[in-house]
Design a protein around this ligand. Structure first.
Ligand code: HEC
Length: 136
């Protein structure tokens, strides 16, 4: 009995945890490919609807510079930027290069499609997934 209860508890905890990768697959993958080499991206530009996520993650990480080089602050600012961009994508705030914006257009608003928890989870995933992965 105790064992059954424990199993149930563990199963429901897993059920309620928001998995950033699942959120990505459901809401972002239709436009942003998860991983791709730069040469393949350039060769297949016509079939892409948006920059690959590996590129998005790398560029935002590179562009956000924390003066004292604090990794936790860097990750936090990255997450804030991504959560805001999902709600409110604007050409002025995009870090995409102008050629890509011209090709893809600005990202559509996904404002009411994701809960606050889902936005947080997918933004964290976008940072952590590409921890040691470079778009090259
Ligand atoms: C309908 C297609 C589409 C979907 C779905 C989509 N995006 Fe985008 N996204 C784009 C396009 C196109 C761009 C490039 C233009 C721009 O920066 O707005 C982009 C750009 C971005 C950027 C900014 C990149 C930069 O360099 O500044 C982030 C961050 C981003 N997307 C995150 C997400 C996340 C997270 C999701 C899912 C929750 C998502 N996108 C879903 C089309 C999409």
């Amino acid at each position: 009995m105790v064992k059954t209860l424990l199993t149930l508890l563990v199963a429901s905890a897993a059920l309620f945890a928001t998995d950033g990768y699942e959120i990505y697959k459901k809401n972002c993958m239709s436009c942003h490919v998860e991983i791709m080499k730069k040469s393949d991206a350039l060769a297949n530009l016509q079939t892409l609807k948006a920059p690959p996520m590996v590129e998005v993650s790398g560029r935002i990480k590179e562009n956000i510079i924390i003066k004292d080089d604090d990794d936790d602050v860097h990750r936090h600012i990255f997450i804030l930027f991504v959560k805001d961009y999902i709600e409110n994508p604007q050409i002025e705030y995009s870090m995409c290069n102008p050629g890509a914006i011209e090709k893809f257009g600005t990202m559509p608003k996904l404002k009411n499609k994701l809960s606050a928890q889902e936005k947080e989870a997918v933004a964290e995933w976008l940072y952590d997934r590409y921890e040691d992965v470079v778009f090259e």
